[in-house]
Write a protein that binds this ligand. Structure first.
Ligand SMILES: [Ca+2]
Length: 131
């Protein structure tokens, strides 16, 4: 599989190399879409290659269909692009708002503070009813 320059840089070019390879595009997007420990493995590789923590701007380069998430559809598009089956990304030329890192990763951690508050309030209610 060939390396191929982005149809609209920097989209797809997560490592800022001036091109996209299957392992840098489709593989990483697929691993991030998979979630869990596989996603952590992909994030660790990005961290090591960039030499720093990846930002939302870095990760947004893998959202090639522009829906604000890194999904298996992005992996498919990146794979087809590097294989020469398609010549552009759906997100090329889309204005779009910059998504957050949590949105891109399909992260649910933003629910934790809410769950914690509900648990504390519930506990306080039980305590006050019993006293
Ligand atoms: Ca996407």
């Amino acid at each position: 599989m060939a390396n191929r320059p982005s149809p609209c840089p920097p989209l797809g070019d997560i490592f800022n190399q001036g091109y996209i390879s299957v392992t840098d595009g489709a593989l990483l997007a697929g691993q991030i879409a998979a979630g869990g420990s596989v996603q952590q493995m992909a994030l660790e590789r990005i961290r090591q290659t960039l030499g720093r923590e990846p930002t939302a701007t870095d990760l947004a380069k893998l959202d090639v269909n522009g829906d604000g998430k890194i999904g298996s559809d992005d992996a498919k598009i990146l794979g087809e692009y590097t294989a020469g089956l398609i010549d552009t990304f759906p997100a090329c030329g889309l204005p779009g708002k910059p998504p957050t890192k949590g949105e891109l990763l399909g992260d649910k951690t933003n629910l934790l503070p809410i769950i914690a508050i509900v648990a504390v309030v519930g506990l306080a209610l039980v305590v006050s009813l019993n006293s």
